[in-house]
Design a protein around this ligand. Structure first.
Ligand code: CP
Length: 363
């Protein structure tokens, strides 16, 4: 016997179910207990477009974290018989590749009992014949209850918003924004240490962000959301390879500092690591129709001089910057981060299509 047949014979087909996240204590109950339900903040999301992280203020974020934690703490409770999205249709339009965002949005919608129409290639739509995105949006109004759009063009989400009478979520527009990724990132940090929710936490954290805020949509959106919790941040260290002359978009750093964040730049990853509590690493920047891998020698592996208690986050997909040797260490919170995104998106979608009251404890 050879090949797969031999592997199967040797036992490769059997497996032991294990926890979804081997590392990364993703259990959400402490976070759930730490936030009092105030559902009126969630009602504001009804029939609202989500284009930018800048739309989220602290009280709304807390309630979204709470609802996400409620879903994550007891996923079965809302699968049946409640099915909050029963009868609702999602249009999932991904004109740029995606593993996590598309599948986690679709998983979230399915888990809540809704139905989905999915476009994974613009060449299968009228866009291939020159149809404008505005006209596509006009059609979407008739076909679904909510749109999730990923497009490598920054302008696309705004073009669609102009014509849509159903809500749209920006699932990544070029190098501009990826607001729901940032929601998932912050949700992970809050599950890790719910005490950070206090206005002035007793212990603040130092966050390293490996990337270029001007060119990376996940970094841009995350920094905006972190500015809503500036009281928990001792310092943000933006770690870069020195190749980019302009690390920030015009006004970007000034806005973040005005919101209370202390930000410093560094090119010495290993020199910074021993003092960082959270290390967020990303190397992909979108450029027109493709992407560029940035960061050069800024790489993490199991031998990197990380603080013992530090957690590593990555929006994924990973490249050489995040070695698989970290996967089986307690620093690996990036898989928990990807898993939590499903529950975070469940929370957001429920509110956007006006089904919030079906999942509240107190109404
Ligand atoms: N985090 C993220 O946006 O991953 P995908 O590109 O796979 O959606």
């Amino acid at each position: 016997m050879v090949g797969v047949e031999k592997a199967i014979f040797d036992g490769a087909a059997s497996f032991e179910p294990s926890q979804p996240d081997v590392y990364g204590n993703a259990h959400p109950k402490d976070l759930l207990r730490a936030i009092t339900e105030e559902h009126e903040y969630l009602l504001a999301l009804a029939r609202s477009h989500i284009a930018s992280a800048a739309q989220f203020e602290r009280p709304l974020l807390l309630q979204l974290f709470r609802l996400a934690a409620k879903y994550e703490a007891n996923p079965e409770r809302f699968a049946t018989p409640i099915k909050p999205l029963s009868g609702k249709l999602l249009i999932s339009a991904f004109y740029e590749p995606s593993t996590r965002t598309r599948l986690s949005f679709e998983s979230a919608w399915h888990r809540l009992g809704g139905d989905i129409m999915s476009i994974t290639d613009r060449s299968t739509t009228g866009i291939a014949k020159g149809e404008s995105l505005s006209d596509v949006a006009e059609m979407f109004n008739n076909y679904g209850d909510c749109v999730v759009l990923r497009d490598n063009r920054e302008e696309s989400v705004m073009e669609m918003m102009d014509k849509l009478r159903i809500p749209i979520i920006n699932a990544g527009n070029g190098c501009d924004e990826h607001p729901t990724q940032a929601l998932a990132d912050l949700y992970t940090i809050m599950k890790w240490k719910p005490a950070l929710l206090a206005e002035e936490p007793a212990e603040k954290i130092r966050i390293g962000v490996v990337g270029v805020p001007r060119r990376m949509r996940t970094v841009r959106s995350l920094l905006t959301l972190l500015s809503r919790f500036s009281g928990m941040v001792e310092e943000i260290v933006v770690i870069h390879d020195g190749a980019d002359e302009e690390l920030y978009a015009p006004g970007q750093k000034e806005n973040l500092v005005r919101e209370g964040l202390r930000i410093r730049e560094s090119t010495d990853l290993n020199g910074e690591l021993p003092d960082l509590d959270v290390v967020y690493i990303n190397a992909i920047a979108w450029v027109k129709d493709g992407f560029e891998v940035m960061g050069g020698n800024l790489k993490l592996n199991a031998n990197s001089p990380l603080k013992k208690s530090a957690i590593v986050l990555h929006p994924l997909a990973r490249g050489d910057e995040l070695c698989t040797s970290l996967d089986n260490t307690q620093h690996n919170w990036y898989f928990a981060q990807a898993r939590g995104a499903v529950f975070m998106r469940m929370a957001l979608l429920t509110c956007m299509v006006q089904r919030t009251e079906m999942v509240m404890d107190i109404v």
